[in-house]
Design a protein around this ligand. Structure first.
Ligand SMILES: Nc1nc2c(ncn2[C@@H]2O[C@H](COP(=O)(O)OP(=O)(O)OP(=O)(O)O)[C@@H](O)[C@H]2O)c(=O)[nH]1
Ligand SMILES: [Zn+2]
Length: 359
């Protein structure tokens, strides 16, 4: 292996750079995340030859009443005189209702939008808002080298969205739990430098029979703070309690906060929910799909631990489908109906109506 970074490592760097507001080169494009744009970098971008565009998802474009000519994304020409906060307002819907006059937008029709799509995917995988400033470069390779910028190819950036599914166990150790003395916590680390995920094994479940299993997505507010806006904390405790009572089970704690959009974006969604949008509408206004989680991570961990069949504790049919599609047999669905509160009744009803949850 050469000493320099390979493509996986360059992708991890690119994510870090975007989060810091440092430009990266994706295929032929110079790319800056809209969310972390500062005035100095916008000025430096404008000093280059060419016409910058702001690429957003079609979901976001729909809210802004901008035309999306590239299916799932739109490329908006960057007006010559706008300040960085215009860019941020296009990306970030917090002030949509106060700033209705951001447009009119001029959407670009010609040229290849695939690199822009790849760069938006990279921003998502960095848990940033899916909006990027992009400028076509004539000499992308030299430009990156001259300016010390991280460069990834378009294909590498596209692949970034499906990485993080090859995980290796780093360590496992005994942790006596309130629900069972025989608790064991395993830590799994993806090869691409993205977030680690955990498995809590209760007892010593047989690898030859279906194991009682829960795929739990991290919810800082519900799991740790006792938020009444969702049912996550109660589901977590109930799942562990049932595993303790049966003497065996495995709970995967997946760091896919906010259905994979990250805590900052989930809090943005919560702010929109206070303006009257439901959980799905809020995700769309931010430019995300309803659910950005990659459930293959869960099936990968189960396989790594030697399990091939589960009795899955869930109300979400998508999880069952994803398990089956990824080689983990779901022999039984174990319902998990706990934690209904006055504050989350609307949230649970929306999950049932829009996400097909079985309630
Ligand atoms: N984007 C977003 N994420 C949310 C919201 N409320 C909860 N979450 C996240 O949703 C995830 C939990 O997903 P749920 O749909 O409740 O449950 P599920 O795991 O898909 O399905 P079950 O197995 O039936 O519980 C956690 O990662 C939470 O952080 C919200 O309003 N917006
Ligand atoms: Zn929650």
């Amino acid at each position: 292996m050469p000493l320099g970074p390979d493509s996986t490592e360059r992708l991890a760097r690119a994510r870090g750079d975007m989060r810091m507001g440092v430009p990266v080169v994706v295929g032929p494009l110079l790319v800056l995340a809209a969310e972390t744009l500062v005035p100095e970098r916008l000025a430096a971008l404008r000093a280059l030859d060419g016409q910058p565009v702001l690429a957003i998802t079609a979901r976001r474009a729909e809210t802004l009443k901008a035309r999306a000519y590239d299916d799932d994304i739109a490329r908006l020409r960057l007006p010559a005189d706008v300040a960085p906060d215009w860019v941020r307002s296009v990306a970030e819907p917090a002030n949509d209702l106060d700033r209705p006059l951001l447009g009119p937008f001029e959407s670009v029709r010609s040229g290849d939008a695939d690199p822009h799509r790849a760069a938006i995917g990279l921003a998502k995988s960095a848990r940033l808002l899916p909006a990027i400033l992009a400028l076509d470069l004539d000499d992308a390779v030299d430009f990156a080298a001259r300016n010390g910028l991280t460069r990834v190819t378009e294909a590498e950036a596209t692949a970034a969205q499906t990485q993080g599914t090859t995980l290796e166990q780093v360590v496992a150790a005994r942790v006596p739990l309130a629900v069972s003395r025989a608790g064991r916590v395993h830590v799994f680390r993806p090869a691409d430098g993205s977030e680690e995920h955990y498995a809590v094994e209760i007892g010593t479940p047989s690898r030859k029979e279906p194991v009682l299993a829960r795929l739990h997505s991290a919810c800082f507010t519900g799991d740790l703070m006792g938020s009444l806006k969702c049912d996550c904390g109660a589901q977590l405790q109930a799942a562990l309690a049932q595993m303790g009572a049966e003497g065996a089970g495995v709970l995967l704690y997946l760091n896919q906060e906010g259905r994979g959009i990250g805590l900052a974006n989930k809090m943005r969604a919560y702010a929109l929910q206070d303006q009257g949008f439901d959980t799905v509408e809020a995700n769309h206004r931010l430019g995300f799909e309803d659910d950005e989680r990659d459930f293959r991570i869960g099936s990968g961990i189960l396989r790594e631990m030697g399990f091939s069949a589960v009795r899955l504790m869930t109300n979400n049919p998508a999880k069952i489908e994803m398990m089956q599609a990824n080689g983990i047999d779901v022999t039984e669905r174990v319902p998990l109906k706990v934690g209904c509160t006055a504050e989350n009744a609307h949230y649970l009803a929306t999950k049932a109506a829009k996400s097909g949850h079985m309630l």
